[in-house]
Design a protein around this ligand. Structure first.
Ligand SMILES: Nc1ncnc2c1ncn2[C@@H]1O[C@H](COP(=O)(O)OP(=O)(O)O)[C@@H](O)[C@H]1O
Ligand SMILES: [Mg+2]
Length: 251
């Protein structure tokens, strides 16, 4: 059975794209057939993977039904990607007909079973793109930083999840909350993690034991257009994402 995971948080800069890339690369390295989908008009995942995302059809044209999924998939080493670019920012206005929440799911129906894991990187909003990801996926992983963690924000996200569950995807669930860019030496991080854990009980989503430390290797890997494991498999961030993937696979 294919597992489809959306990486979401309406806040920017919390590690969605970094987590999407690391999870994709890590699962592919373990031998799973893995596809990632860039669903953010900023195209950061496409850029950090080194995918081509200009002068070619992308996820945007695919969701509008202008091209077939097979025309937008690129193979990058061990995994595949469907790239995005700024054109996708038009989707919020243009995807407005009945069934607009199902466009992503419909576009991928022919190829879903070719993969063990499909990972979707989402934009920093709870609009039609994120709702398309939630309609298609089985589960959501929420990355957050200790500095930015706000119960109001996660509550809003949880409300969107409830709505999508009600109208579009009854089996949807929040799989877990992942702390990223974590500095274990600061008390603030520890306190925030405790608050998060008690809050997470309310929305019935666990906080992962693994936290992803802050490390310079992330930006270096991005600049090199490599995933964190290829760039520096011994870096603290690579180590943390490896432990996270094991925790994910156990749960
Ligand atoms: N563990 C980390 N250590 C250091 N920098 C990180 C880490 N995770 C992400 N970053 C940096 O933080 C910024 C935001 O991360 P990103 O994954 O793009 O977040 P989002 O997709 O939620 O906006 C990027 O510049 C990225 O390089
Ligand atoms: Mg991003």
């Amino acid at each position: 059975m294919t597992k489809i995971i959306a990486i979401a948080n309406q806040k920017g800069g919390v590690g969605k794209t970094t987590t999407s890339h690391a999870l994709t690369a890590g699962l592919a390295e373990k031998g799973y057939r893995t596809l990632c989908i860039d669903l953010d008009p900023q195209g950061n995942l496409s850029a950090s993977c080194g995918a081509v995302n200009y002068n070619i059809p992308t996820v945007y044209e695919m969701m509008k039904g202008e091209v077939n999924v097979k025309d937008v998939i690129q193979t990058l080493g061990l995994y595949n990607i469907i790239p995005a670019n700024i054109m996708l920012s038009g989707a919020e206005q243009e995807l407005n007909s009945t069934g607009k929440e199902h466009r992503l799911k419909e576009s991928l129906s022919d190829i879903v079973n070719d993969y063990d894991y499909i990972i979707i990187d989402t934009p920093p909003s709870l609009g039609v793109l994120t709702v398309n990801a939630f309609t298609f996926c089985d589960e959501i992983i929420i990355p957050t930083t200790a500095g930015i963690f706000a119960t109001a924000g996660i509550q809003q996200l949880a409300r969107t999840v409830e709505n999508v569950k009600k109208y579009c995807n009854p089996n949807l669930k929040i799989k877990g909350i992942l702390f990223t860019r974590y500095n274990p030496r600061t008390n603030i991080s520890k306190q925030v993690k405790e608050i998060a854990e008690s809050f997470a009980e309310h929305i019935k989503a666990p906080v992962y034991d693994t936290t992803i430390r802050n490390g310079i290797a992330v930006e270096e890997a991005q600049a090199n257009k490599e995933d964190i494991f290829t760039y520096n498999s011994k870096s603290s961030v690579a180590e943390d994402y490896r432990v996270f993937i094991e925790e994910y696979l156990k749960g």
